[in-house]
Design a protein around this ligand. Structure first.
Ligand SMILES: NC(=O)C1=CN([C@@H]2O[C@H](COP(=O)(O)OP(=O)(O)OC[C@H]3O[C@@H](n4cnc5c(N)ncnc54)[C@H](OP(=O)(O)O)[C@@H]3O)[C@@H](O)[C@H]2O)C=CC1
Ligand SMILES: O=C(O)[C@@H]1CCC=N1
Length: 274
């Protein structure tokens, strides 16, 4: 990192723990990271495992930070922002990052202040193991130094993709933000199948996770189309063809499209609701 700023995470939930864990592993100085949460257990864990600064007072850490990351559930965002607006000086001098799904930038200007510099980031939990995929979109008031800073932070925990507008961020969120959940669902199904045929859970899990990891790494390393990689596994008249046929008969592509569209729709609904 070339540009180290004091960064305060409001909310110490799953996503903050993934991002901060990945940041510390990638060398971001823990003493420049602040995390707040109403209850203490998650803070104590983060303090002891990552040596970051913690507080149960959002305003206290926001006040001293250069960058504020809003990482609470969308339904709490309005109240959390209102409390910050009432208690933190010079909000417009700070860079505001929000990772909440759905809620659009004009709402934050309404809740915080008209002059804020704001970037929306849509990360995912594999940030914890530095394999995250984060989408970003910035308000026009954000300058190149802010963009470079936040790109470097999220590149440190995986890969980043800037998108042109918030509609695209909703789609990216439905694919990459939610994607790990779809993937775990699929993995759990494979694991259950192995168990139902006689393997114990530990062995079933090992074979599923290593297979998925290998396939994902191969897809990333290869320039071949995914269909070609699939064809390489599928011997003519062999066993894979029968398995793939079962997935195709159940319309796996159609299921994925339905899932992504449902998640996009919910992002749009949350934009209206919160
Ligand atoms: N999880 C994911 O994969 C992704 C999540 N996101 C977004 O990240 C945000 C957080 O999600 P996630 O981490 O999963 O949610 P979690 O519920 O795990 O975390 C939210 C945290 O906020 C805390 N909190 C509640 N009230 C306040 C408050 N007033 N001030 C400060 N903190 C508060 C909660 O504390 P307590 O538990 O003690 O009440 C909890 O620790 C959401 O907006 C979501 O849309 C985006 C991309 C991916
Ligand atoms: O489920 C959610 O709303 C958030 C956004 C992407 C992943 N989790």
């Amino acid at each position: 990192m070339t540009d180290i700023r004091k960064i305060a995470f409001i909310g110490a939930g799953n996503m903050t723990q993934s991002i901060v864990g990945g940041m510390v592993s990638s060398g971001y100085p823990a003493e420049q990271i602040f995390v707040s949460n109403p209850s203490s257990a998650k803070l104590e864990k983060m303090q002891s495992t990552l040596s970051v600064n913690t507080s149960q007072d959002n305003a206290e850490i926001a006040q001293q930070a250069d960058v504020i990351v809003l990482a609470v559930k969308p339904q709490l965002m309005k109240d959390v922002c209102a409390a910050l607006q009432a208690s933190v000086d010079n909000l417009s001098e700070k860079l505001i990052i929000t990772i909440a799904a759905g809620i659009r930038m004009p709402k934050y200007r309404q809740y915080l202040n008209d002059d804020i510099r704001i970037i929306r980031v849509m990360p995912n939990t594999p940030s914890l193991v530095s394999k995250g995929m984060s989408g970003l979109v910035a308000d026009e008031r954000v300058d190149d130094a802010d963009k470079a800073y936040i790109t470097e932070v999220f590149d440190g925990v995986g890969e980043t993709l800037w998108v042109s507008d918030e509609d695209q961020l909703d789609i990216l969120g439905a694919v990459a933000g939610s994607g790990p959940a779809y993937f775990f669902e699929f993995m759990a199904g494979l694991q259950k199948a192995a168990v139902s045929l006689g393997f114990d859970t530990a062995k079933a899990r090992e074979m599923v996770q290593q297979t998925c990891l290998g396939a994902a790494e191969m897809a990333k390393a290869s320039e071949l189309e995914l269909a070609e990689l699939r064809a390489q596994v599928t011997s003519k008249g062999g066993s894979t063809a029968k398995g793939v046929e079962a997935y195709q008969n159940a319309d796996l592509d159609g299921i994925s499209e339905t899932a992504v569209k449902a998640a996009v729709k919910r992002n749009q609904e949350m934009a209206e609701l919160f």
